[in-house]
Design a protein around this ligand. Structure first.
Ligand SMILES: Cc1cc2nc3c(=O)[nH]c(=O)nc-3n(C[C@H](O)[C@H](O)[C@H](O)COP(=O)(O)OP(=O)(O)OC[C@H]3O[C@@H](n4cnc5c(N)ncnc54)[C@H](O)[C@@H]3O)c2cc1C
Length: 359
């Protein structure tokens, strides 16, 4: 069976890899080069944090997120990736004057999670010091979510690209798809026919999906030789929420804003100041850190901020991955694979909401 995938962001690449491994003949199209591009996936922080997200996200994201967490280790193995996936957990902290925000976070988790799934712990200063000694100068307690993980998004994107090429998956890079539909897509004045066309264009699908919108996110990369934090940290703050994700060689990803705007312009002064002042309050060693990169992109989101798969014979559209593309892509790929294998009419997880698709 031949499958044409449009869009080589995290969803398109991972789906191509899983379909190829399942024995399908895959052809991938992207408007950008293989090694770089405008995909939101290149900007992401790579966090796999279904528990933390539950504070503000829907239950479905949590359920799928748990599955995503379980699927990533095997995927990383299949790509031969070493030192790119870390299951060390998250620490949620607040300064003494903001402890009410941390309590609210804990209560939201306790209220939403069944008792058997409340896999988080409140740490006092001593226990926090045993996990992350450099945090105790600023924080007297923390909430520890031990199962949460992160991966290096750019390494994963690169490894998926390399493995797909190495395994002879066809890849038409620098190829913008102007039109796609059941069984068929057009590029460079030529029509390509497939058993299935899968639309993974993220925000690039906007003209076909009226509900789709972009949600701006800004983040910074810093090089901080004086800081040794080995787990993800989320700062609860009444105004400036922030997360910090460790990367190689004392580098940290600091993010991220969430602004209802499809604006790809560089990070604003305000966002920079807010993120950096919150960062400096986590650890004074960040004062001598160097800002090595700032990034802005837009997350593809549907009106309910949930992912969706729409299907017609010969055409699948996957979109709305919003803040959770890395967390959810393995689960969505599995769902699409099952759908293609059994030719079911409706995937089990998702409502078929894209009414503008003609049957
Ligand atoms: C600041 C920020 C931080 C984030 N942090 C996290 C995080 O920590 N964890 C997490 O799970 N998620 C995170 N995300 C979300 C994640 O990046 C997105 O959910 C994910 O990238 C969406 O994947 P996608 O494949 O649908 O779209 P994209 O990654 O945007 O990929 C779409 C692809 O389609 C291609 N394309 C578009 N139009 C066409 C066309 N006409 N023809 C050919 N190709 C086309 C594009 O070139 C692109 O390669 C973050 C996002 C942002 C912006």
């Amino acid at each position: 069976m031949n499958i044409g995938i449009v869009g080589a962001g995290i969803m398109g690449r991972l789906l191509a890899w899983q379909l190829h491994r399942a024995g399908y003949c895959v052809c991938l199209f992207d408007k950008d080069p293989i090694k770089s591009g405008s995909a939101a996936a290149y900007t992401a922080a790579g966090m796999l944090t279904p528990y933390s997200e539950l504070e503000s996200a829907e239950w479905l994201i949590y359920q799928m997120g748990l599955q995503g967490l379980q699927l990533w280790p095997e995927i990383v193995d299949s790509l031969g990736l070493l030192d790119c996936f870390y299951q060390r957990g998250s620490l949620v902290v607040a300064h003494s004057q903001d402890l009410a925000d941390l309590e609210r976070f804990n209560k939201a988790l306790s209220d939403k999670l069944p008792v058997s799934e409340q896999r988080f712990k409140t740490l006092d200063k001593k226990a926090l010091g045993q996990l992350e000694p450099e945090l105790v100068a600023q924080f007297s307690q923390a909430t520890y979510l031990p199962e949460e993980s992160w991966l290096y998004n750019q390494s994963v994107m690169q490894a998926l690209g390399e493995q797909l090429i190495k395994n002879n998956v066809s890849w038409l890079a620098n190829t913008e798809i102007k039109q796609l539909g059941p069984h068929c897509l057009s590029a460079n004045g030529k029509d390509y026919n497939f058993d299935w066309v899968v639309d993974c264009r993220g925000l690039g699908a906007k003209k076909d999906l009226k509900e789709l919108r972009g949600v701006r996110g800004e983040l910074l990369w810093v090089d901080a030789p004086e800081v040794n934090i080995t787990r993800m940290v989320r700062l609860m703050h009444p105004r400036y929420r922030l997360y910090l994700v460790p990367n190689r060689d004392n580098r940290y990803v600091i993010g991220a804003t969430q602004i209802e705007s499809e604006d790809y312009s560089p990070i604003s002064v305000r966002s920079t100041l807010e993120l950096l002042s919150a960062l400096y309050c986590i650890h004074p060693g960040f004062s001598e850190a160097r800002i090595i990169e700032t990034k802005t992109n837009c997350r593809p989101a549907l009106m309910d901020n949930l992912p969706a798969i729409a299907t017609r014979p010969g055409l699948l559209r996957i979109n709305g991955l919003f803040r959770h593309g890395f967390l959810l892509a393995p689960v969505l790929a599995q769902e699409v694979l099952a759908h293609i294998q059994v030719q079911s009419v409706t995937p089990s997880f998702f409502p078929d909401i894209f009414s503008d698709l003609a049957a």
